[in-house]
Design a protein around this ligand. Structure first.
Ligand code: NZQ
Ligand code: ZN
Length: 395
């Protein structure tokens, strides 16, 4: 292993922390851009509580409402215009991953010369990664992406149907104010998609990272076991604050970098899912619940031992030597059953995706990222026909 690690985001976690928003913002600015989504924060009272905290500390704000799930480039451009016009000196993202991602890219776009799409990885030769951004404070209302405490954002160019990511130091939020009470109103389907998303964040590095990362393996297993224990509690009683808190903490740990440190991982399942949600606007976690088990079945053929160990450690399955392939298959079936038990779809047909565009999805994934042999990076690297085969197995 060889690595450097720094996550500069100041995390404040716990029920009631929303009341500290004004205090947190005051350290970074006086006139905030307040980015929100389609209205859930206004319906459930979170928005009013947020602005009363801002007002208590003398913070004024401009609004950028209406960020959609799978946030669009045009919304980022609109938000950037508002921030510039209003002279905002910092950005607050109050919402799910989509809102927080848009908030980050708006914050960077305000300081960026040219088209913000240039900062998003989409197969271009000369990507210009942002080096400066307004300070961002994230206030997540949904446990899923971990965006609140990482330096990544995912944006969709709706004109070209390309969804992809940007990762940069300047995108790390200054503060993540994480109040599990804000997630009590998340409906069961989004709760389940969030659980699937966080599990997939750690299975990606568990299966695609380098060999011999024993601490990282145990971190990942801890995240998965915690999500499988507390996720169903949050689903059966959405008002269970303890369950909401455990799921939210798991979602942060899953993608704040700590689990992935030193693994040099790739994210093939995410790359393929992003193409599906780019074309069909499905929820990210729902797409992952379909792609991840299918990917695991394909990858297990090349590394049955690794998948057998997953089955053993996560599901307590016996793993007799010589029967690794069978154990691996059973472990993947169990994970898929778990996802299905939470209400996630596990087949493309359940989200109305058929077989007419499989080649296009594969080509789009490879256009965004590929190795020197033109394959999607991961273990194993996948060619266009591998990706098509994977997707066909998930129909
Ligand atoms: O828009 P509103 O009205 O707020 O409603 C949202 C939205 O409809 C709703 N919601 C959020 N909090 C709620 C709530 N409803 C009731 N009560 C609450 N407290 O949930 C719906 C989905 O929201 P969204 O933000 O889209 O979900 P999520 O947090 O799963 O974010 C998904 C986006 O993040 C990207 C995904 O690709 C997708 O675009 N990702 C970002 C990552 C990152 N920045 O690190 C990594 C991930 O792998 C992922 O790719
Ligand atoms: Zn994800």
């Amino acid at each position: 292993m060889k690595f450097e690690f720094q996550n500069p985001t100041h995390l404040v976690f716990g029920a009631g922390t929303l009341a500290h928003l004004g205090e947190a913002v005051r350290a970074y600015g006086k006139h905030a851009l307040l980015v929100t989504g389609g209205g859930s924060v206004k319906r459930n009272g979170t928005f009013d509580r947020a602005i009363s905290s801002l007002k208590a500390y003398g913070i004024t704000f401009a609004e950028c409402p209406g960020i959609e799930p799978n946030p669009k480039l045009s919304s980022v451009i609109t938000g950037t215009g508002i921030a510039r016009h209003e002279g905002c000196d910092m950005v607050v993202g109050l919402g799910g991953g989509s809102v927080m991602d848009a908030a980050k890219v708006i914050a960077a776009s305000v300081c960026y010369q040219g088209d913000p799409w240039d900062m998003i990885m989409h197969g271009q030769e000369n990507r210009r990664v942002p080096t400066q951004a307004l300070p961002v404070i994230t206030v997540p209302t949904l446990a899923a992406t971990g965006s609140e405490m990482n330096g990544t954002a995912v944006i969709t160019n709706e004109k070209t149907s390309v969804k992809s990511f940007v990762g940069a130091k300047c995108l790390y939020p200054k503060v993540a104010l994480v109040d599990p009470e804000l997630t009590l109103s998340v409906p069961p389907d989004q709760t389940a998609f969030g659980i699937c998303d966080l599990i997939t964040h750690v299975t990606e590095s568990y299966f695609n990272g380098i060999d011999c990362t024993p601490i990282q393996d145990r971190f990942a297993e801890g995240v998965i076991l915690t999500a499988m224990e507390w996720g169903p509690k949050a689903l059966s009683n959405g008002l269970d604050i303890e369950a909401r808190a455990q799921v939210q903490w798991a979602s942060i740990v899953a993608l704040n970098g700590w689990v992935q440190v030193g693994t040099a991982t790739n994210y093939p399942v995410h790359m393929i899912e992003h193409v599906l949600s780019a074309h069909h606007d499905i929820a990210h976690g729902a797409g992952l619940a379909i792609v991840n088990p299918a990917w695991m079945r394909l990858a297990a053929k090349t590394r049955p031992d690794r998948f057998a160990r997953f089955a053993q450690r996560i599901f307590g399955l016996p793993a007799p030597s010589g029967k690794e392939e069978q154990t691996a298959r059973e472990g993947i079936d169990r994970l898929e059953s778990f996802l299905r038990s939470t209400g996630c779809p596990t087949r493309l047909s359940e989200v109305n995706i058929g077989d007419t565009m499989l080649a296009r999805y594969a080509q789009d994934s490879l256009h965004i990222i590929h190795d020197k042999d033109g394959r999607l990076p991961g273990r194993p690297p996948m060619s266009e026909s591998d990706i098509i085969e994977l997707l066909r197995s998930a129909l």
